[in-house]
Design a protein around this ligand. Sequence first.
Ligand SMILES: *Cc1c(COP(=O)(O)O)cnc(C)c1O
Length: 398
Amino acid sequence: MSRQRAIATEQIHHAYRAPEGWEAVPVGVYKASTVLFKNTADLHKPRPRDGLSYRYGLHGTPTSYTLAARIASLEGGTHCLLTPSGLSAVTLVSMALLRPGDEVLVPDNVYGQNRYLTESWLPQFGITHRVYDPLDVAGFKALLSEKTRLVWLEAAGSITLEFPDLLALVAACRERSIVCALDNTWGAGVAFKPFELAPGLGVDISMQALTKYPSGGADVLMGSVVTRDAALHERLNHAHEHLGYGLGQNDVELVLRGLPSLELRYRAQDACTRALAAWMAQRPEVARVLHPALPDSPGHAHWQALSAGGAACLFSVVFQPEYGPAEVDAFVDALQLFGIGYSWAGPMSLAVPYDMRRSRNLGLPYPAERIVRFAIGLEAEADLRADLAQALSVLRPR
Ligand SMILES: *Cc1c(COP(=O)(O)O)cnc(C)c1O
């Protein structure tokens, strides 16, 4: 008679296996630190980190491999690395591609944490940087040098939403064989295809904060780095391995769950955002509204030429000079449906007042002591408009 195992042993080594052949709409959530091998021969087999085999939970499970493949398709790329946040995706690209003596270019409107990384972290590795005006192609070209190894692009820019001439910037990088990486969080793979900006012309790397549109839930942090180039992917993969970036598979599940509704949400939020941006632009309290679809927004023509009409859920408002920082802050406090907080593309609309004077090297063509960046969620447009109207009614000159 076989020996009876203790409860714990029995529970850990239970013989039951669920029947094969399970098919359902969602992907299963597979979690692991330990991945089991069949035997020692199986253990000793080489397993490159190429997304085709399993070795250790940190490298991925069927759940995260599935997400990586879907994000690669969304962006129009072939290889994807997932990271624990959008910022860690930015860091991965810069750390993987830059060496002592190299220089990196960032636009003046770059995502704030990328600027911070570039200005205060990379110098300790002997990596220098230049800041370019995203709307000045000639000035950009003049900054490219033998030392330039990486160019960051953003379309549209964080907060101030300038839309650069991506085609010209990418073509200039291509001429000099400089790797260009787009932070494509705004476009999300919907507004335009980063690897096919024009026939035969695209970025080398498209990075996204999956935290924003792909998740859509305001409940998860994640990032992605997509390429079409196996050798470039390998360099990024190498850094990814050393940085030890891992993902919680429940978080991966949340993003997988968001993807089927990604385009619907993008288009619905886009329509609502444009309606509210146009409405705000008519208000006497407002000096200008920044949104690439508005004809007087910086880079509007570049957006129009490229994006086939898609735009993210962001617009920013510059108030008339009689409204100072305290008055603008009071307006934001008076909003009832708009939360005050960072991130965007989730269900709740958000408003954040920014003092842009400290976050720009090259200045802005409008007073930048206080601008308010709105992120439009999924609430009804009429309710959001009514909320904006009641908060404007309490706005008083300084
Ligand atoms: C939010 C954001 C990031 C960083 O994403 P996190 O997941 O918050 O770290 C990077 N770039 C842009 C443009 C973003 O909006």
